[in-house]
Design a protein around this ligand. Structure first.
Ligand SMILES: Nc1ncnc2c1ncn2[C@@H]1O[C@H](COP(=O)(O)OP(=O)(O)OP(=O)(O)O)[C@@H](O)[C@H]1O
Ligand SMILES: [Mg+2]
Length: 295
């Protein structure tokens, strides 16, 4: 099996800020963002990586960013490693297809979640309260039901642990009314456009989350978009409301982890090679379905 790249160490470039998945190097006037093969499940980064996962995430994000150009600008400056600054040349092999030079944005500290279907934490909240983020929904919805129209359900961006759902009013309190409305409208527009494209390829995007940032006075979309890490992708053919759906990506890993006696806290267990290999195949499959290209 290929080797997973769990961590980059571009020692001449500096020490990156390591997120759960991405290593972010500050190049002064811009960022070098490298998507590693790290996988987090239940919010814990596992010790086993999924080979090529970072390439899948990067290729998918680039594919989507380009198609959303008419709705919102994004942070990409360059994705072709051959055009990177000379200082990065010696790292080209590690960076190719899994990195981008990006505009440095002032990230808006909320996760902009959009849901078209009732699943995950949205379903849990609805079951308990009949609402999500303070929004009342019809009383007779089943798990994975399609919502009448997509809803915007922002969360805080927790440094550690789980993000918390917040109401639109709370969002207004954090970023102001103007920005809050813009975040909501852009998020829903990008989600709807993504759904339209994915639908033609037999994929349902049940929900997704975006991050936005400010560059000068302009709001742009940053980080990653419409990847299996940020979205729930379901097969249209297999979709059946009234229960949980298998999603394209970590399902194999989650199912495996659920067979273990692990309390879902750090540190997570190693994955058997067969599970990592199956997960890898799923990531590549969704890339191929959505973009029509492989690795
Ligand atoms: N253009 C940008 N300018 C500034 N920061 C960015 C930009 N794009 C992404 N980031 C930040 O880089 C980091 C990327 O790391 P990663 O995607 O692994 O995130 P994380 O915060 O650990 O997890 P999650 O995906 O749940 O937010 C995030 O903190 C993200 O906000
Ligand atoms: Mg992220």
């Amino acid at each position: 099996m290929q080797k997973a790249l769990r961590e980059t160490n571009l020692t001449d470039i500096g020490t990156p800020k390591r997120g759960k998945v991405r290593d972010v190097y500050d190049l002064g006037d811009k960022l070098l963002i490298v998507a590693s093969d790290r996988l987090s499940a239940f919010d814990v980064v596992l010790p086993t990586g999924i080979p090529d996962k970072g390439k899948v995430l990067t290729k998918l994000s680039v594919f989507w960013f380009r198609q959303m150009g008419g709705i919102v600008k994004n942070h990409i400056l360059e994705v072709d490693v051959d055009k990177y600054p000379d200082a990065l040349k010696k790292y080209s092999d590690n960076l190719r297809d899994r990195s981008m030079l990006a505009k440095k944005a002032q990230v808006i500290p909320v996760e902009c979640v959009v849901r078209g279907y009732l699943s995950g934490s949205g379903w849990n909240d609805y079951k308990k309260t009949g609402t999500i983020c303070g929004m009342k929904l019809p009383g007779d919805l089943v798990e994975s039901a399609k919502l009448e129209r997509p809803i915007f359900t922002p969360t805080t961006k927790a440094e550690e642990g789980h993000d918390m759902n917040i109401s639109f009013e709370k969002l207004v309190g954090i970023v102001g009314e103007n920005l809050a409305e813009k975040l909501r409208d852009l998020s829903i527009n990008v989600y709807e456009k993504g759904c339209e494209i994915a639908e033609r390829k037999g994929i349902i995007i049940a929900d997704t989350k975006f991050e936005f940032g400010m560059v000068d006075d302009e709001m742009i979309i940053v980080d990653e978009i419409l990847t299996p890490d940020s979205s729930r992708f379901w097969s249209k053919k297999l979709y059946k409301a009234g229960g949980a759906q298998d999603s394209y990506d970590k399902q194999i890993v989650r199912d495996y982890l659920n067979t273990l006696d692990w309390d879902k806290t750090y540190p997570g267990p190693e994955l058997p090679e067969a599970i990592a290999e199956k997960a890898r195949a799923r990531y590549i499959e969704i890339l191929e379905i959505l973009t029509g290209q492989g690795l």
